[in-house]
Design a protein around this ligand. Structure first.
Ligand code: ACO
Length: 311
C-alpha cells in the first residue's frame, strides 16, 4: 500500500540509491523533477540562439567549426533531457507547449544579447563554467535517468568551458582592441552568470524539499560561492578583471567575498522582461512551426514502417 511504498522510496533516497522510472514516487517528487528537467532542457535549446547568431560571423574557419560543434552539442543535451523528462510520464510536445506559452521557464542567462565575438568566449568560460558547477552534483541526483544524462552532458560542458577560456585568452593577449573587447564582454556576463544559480537560499522556495529528496545536493548559494572561488584565479590567468570592487579573498574562510547581486534585475528577467525574452520565444516558436512538416513526415514514415512490419 501507499505507506509501504513511501517507506521504500524514503529508504532508497536515504541509502543514496537511484529511483527508476517504474518505481513508485511521491507526486511532488515527480512534479519537481519534471519542472527542473524541463527547465534544464528548455535552457539547452534556447541557449543555442545567442551563439547561433555568431556562427556566420566567426573570425576563422576553425572557430566556426568549433562553434557549430558546440551548438550541436547543446541540441543533443536538450534531447537527452527531454527524454529523461518523458520517463516521468509527460510528453515532449506538452513540455514544448509549456515553454512556448511561458508556463515553464528556461535559464535567465539566455535572455542577454551577444554583442561581440568575445561573448562566445564569455559564454563558454562563465556561463558554461557556472553550468558545470551546478550540474556536476546532478550526476548524483536521486533520479536515475536525470543523473545518467548529466554524466555525458558534463563532459561536453567541460570542452565548452575550455573553448570559451581559450577564445578569451587569445583575445586578452592580442591587440589592445582585442583585449578591450574581451574585458567589455566579461564585464557584461559576470553578474548574470552569478544569477544562474538561482535566488539566495533564504528566497529559494524549492531548495529544502529538493535537497531532502536528493535532487539538489547543494544549495544555490553554496554553488554560487564555489563558482566565484574557482573563477577568480582563472580571471587572473586570463589577464582580465571581474567587475566587482568588493571581490576580495577572506583569509579566514578561504572564500572570496563578493558584492550584492541585483535581484530586482533577476526577477524581471525571469518574469519575461529581460533584454531578449520576447525575441528568444518568438524565434523558438517560429522554428517549431517551420519544423511541423518534418514531424509530420517522420510520423507518416513511422506509421508506414509499423504497418509493414505487422503485414
Ligand atoms: N533562471 C530562470 N529561473 C530560475 C533561475 C534562473 N537562473 N533560478 C531559479 N529560477 C526559478 C526556479 O525555476 C523557480 O521557479 P519555478 O518554481 O516557477 O520553477 C524559482 O526561480 C525559485 O528558485 P528555486 O526555488 O531556487 O528553484 P530550484 O530549486 O529549481 O533551483 C536551479 C533553481 C538551481 C536553477 C535548479 O533548477 C537547477 O539546478 N536546475 C538544473 C540546471 C539548469 O537548469 N541549468 C540551465 C542553465 S545551464 C545551461 O543550460 C548551459
Amino acid at each position: 500500500d501507499d505507506v509501504q511504498q513511501q517507506e521504500r522510496f524514503d529508504a532508497l533516497v536515504a541509502d543514496d540509491q537511484r529511483i527508476e522510472p517504474r518505481d513508485w514516487m511521491p507526486e511532488g517528487y515527480r512534479k519537481t523533477l519534471i519542472r527542473q528537467i524541463a527547465q534544464h532542457a528548455h535552457s539547452e535549446i534556447i541557449g543555442m540562439q545567442p551563439e547561433g547568431n555568431w556562427i556566420s560571423q566567426a573570425p576563422s574557419l576553425r572557430r566556426k567549426a568549433i562553434l557549430m560543434a558546440k551548438v550541436q552539442d547543446e541540441a543533443g543535451h536538450g534531447l537527452y533531457l527531454y527524454s529523461a523528462a518523458e520517463t516521468l510520464g509527460i510528453d515532449r510536445s506538452e513540455l514544448l507547449d509549456m515553454l512556448h506559452t511561458g508556463r515553464q521557464k528556461y535559464s535567465s542567462i539566455f535572455n542577454y544579447p551577444t554583442l561581440s565575438w568575445a561573448d562566445m568566449g564569455s559564454i563558454g568560460w562563465l556561463v558554461d563554467g557556472a553550468a558545470i558547477v551546478n550540474q556536476v552534483p546532478i550526476c548524483r541526483c536521486s533520479y536515475g535517468p536525470y543523473a545518467r544524462a548529466m554524466v555525458r552532458i558534463c563532459k561536453e560542458e567541460s570542452f565548452h568551458q575550455r573553448q570559451g577560456f581559450e577564445i578569451l585568452h587569445h583575445l586578452s593577449h592580442g591587440t589592445p582592441e582585442q583585449h578591450a573587447m574581451a574585458q567589455e564582454s566579461v564585464n557584461r556576463w559576470w553578474w548574470p552568470s552569478l544569477m544562474m544559480f538561482g535566488p539566495p537560499d533564504d528566497a529559494s522556495p524549492n531548495s529544502a524539499q529538493s535537497m531532502a529528496w536528493g535532487i539538489k545536493r547543494h544549495s544555490n548559494d553554496e554553488l554560487r560561492q564555489r563558482f566565484v572561488d574557482m573563477t577568480v584565479p582563472q580571471a587572473q590567468v586570463l589577464g582580465l578583471t571581474l567587475p566587482d570592487p568588493e571581490l576580495e579573498l577572506d583569509e579566514e574562510t578561504g572564500h572570496y567575498r563578493f558584492g550584492e547581486i541585483d535581484w530586482t534585475e533577476f526577477m524581471e528577467v525571469i518574469k519575461g522582461n529581460g533584454p531578449c525574452n520576447a525575441e528568444r520565444i518568438e524565434r523558438r516558436v517560429g522554428a517549431h512551426d517551420d519544423g511541423a512538416w518534418v514531424r509530420e513526415a517522420a510520423m507518416a514514415y513511422a506509421d508506414k514502417q509499423a504497418t509493414r512490419s505487422q503485414g
